[in-house]
Design a protein around this ligand. Structure first.
Ligand code: 5GP
Length: 269
């Protein structure tokens, strides 16, 4: 698979064309940002941890019937994906009150949200991703009522699957943000699911295991990403220093930058 022209560069990922129209390459860069890009850094290996965890979740979700854009990993940082027409919605599923809903509404941090709360934001950096409601989504023609129902149903299913998977590793899935796209009439999960887009707490200590460590200077970000990535995937070793991109040396389907143990503990079925 040949990497073609840069199609889009986001804050932490770049998307490239390939020689086939139906396939794109997502490059998980080592950049990390917070507060609308107000805080920025480049952290060695960060991209490979997020790519590895995303690939692991996409494969797991596909195995459980959730349609995603994931095809395979090409190397530690680059993921081949199906081309989607992205829907500019940020779907956030919340199991525990934290972050912006604690700032904006009278929820106490740590309060259980049962049933989970879905919040949908308009993906538009220039407007600071304002929160939408169903009527606004329809009026803005961002999704049809049927698509919106499907998106919510898939989001809750992803929440159910990932909450259970992470719980087996002693991790509480507090909340996460996902994005969807259309492939013809099919809605597929796109973008990523990683430490950058989830809020994860250690079940026992309630310690943050995600980008909040970076946002709020809670400790060593890379030590956290390294340890949580291995905890999630059941991997056995951290990627060798400098083992970044080897264009041409494509990985086999399902192989990620994080070398996995024979079978991740949480995947016992
Ligand atoms: P909050 O609304 O509390 O800031 O975020 C809720 C959840 O969605 C968190 O897990 C957060 O990481 C994720 N999230 C919200 N907005 C974004 C975004 O623009 N990019 C990423 N990667 N994650 C986001």
């Amino acid at each position: 698979m040949n990497q073609g022209k840069l199609l889009y560069a986001g804050k932490a990922k770049s998307v490239y064309r390939t020689d086939t129209k139906e396939t794109l390459i997502v490059d998980f860069r080592d950049d990390i940002t917070a507060f609308d890009g107000g805080k920025k850094d480049t952290l060695k290996n960060k991209g490979s941890y997020n790519a590895g965890v995303s690939a692991f979740f996409f494969e797991y979700l596909e195995k459980h019937g959730v349609k995603t854009h994931y095809l395979k990993m090409l190397d530690n940082n680059r993921m081949a994906v199906r081309t989607l027409s992205m829907i500019p919605l940020e779907v956030i599923v919340r199991n525990v009150a934290a972050g912006s809903i604690v700032r904006n509404y009278p929820f106490k941090e740590g309060m259980k949200l049962n049933p989970p709360v879905i919040v949908i934001d308009f993906k538009d950096d220039s407007r600071h991703d304002p929160m939408l409601n169903d009527d606004l989504i329809i009026a803005l023609n961002l999704a049809t009522p049927q698509e919106l129902r499907t998106i919510k149903k898939i989001s809750l299913e992803i929440n159910r699957l990932l909450s259970a998977l992470l719980a087996k590793q002693g991790i509480l899935l507090v909340d996460f943000k996902i994005e969807f796209g259309r492939q013809g009439k099919t809605i597929r999960l796109g973008d990523e699911i990683s430490m950058d887009s989830m809020r994860l707490w250690d079940k026992k200590t309630k310690e943050s295991l995600d980008k909040d460590v970076y946002r709020f200077n809670k400790g060593d970000v890379m030590a956290t990403y390294n340890s949580v990535a291995h905890r999630i995937t059941g991997a056995v070793a951290r990627p060798a220093a400098g083992a970044k991109k080897k264009p041409g040396a494509e990985q086999k389907e399902g192989q990620t930058s994080l070398r996995r143990a024979a079978k991740p503990k949480a995947e016992k079925r």
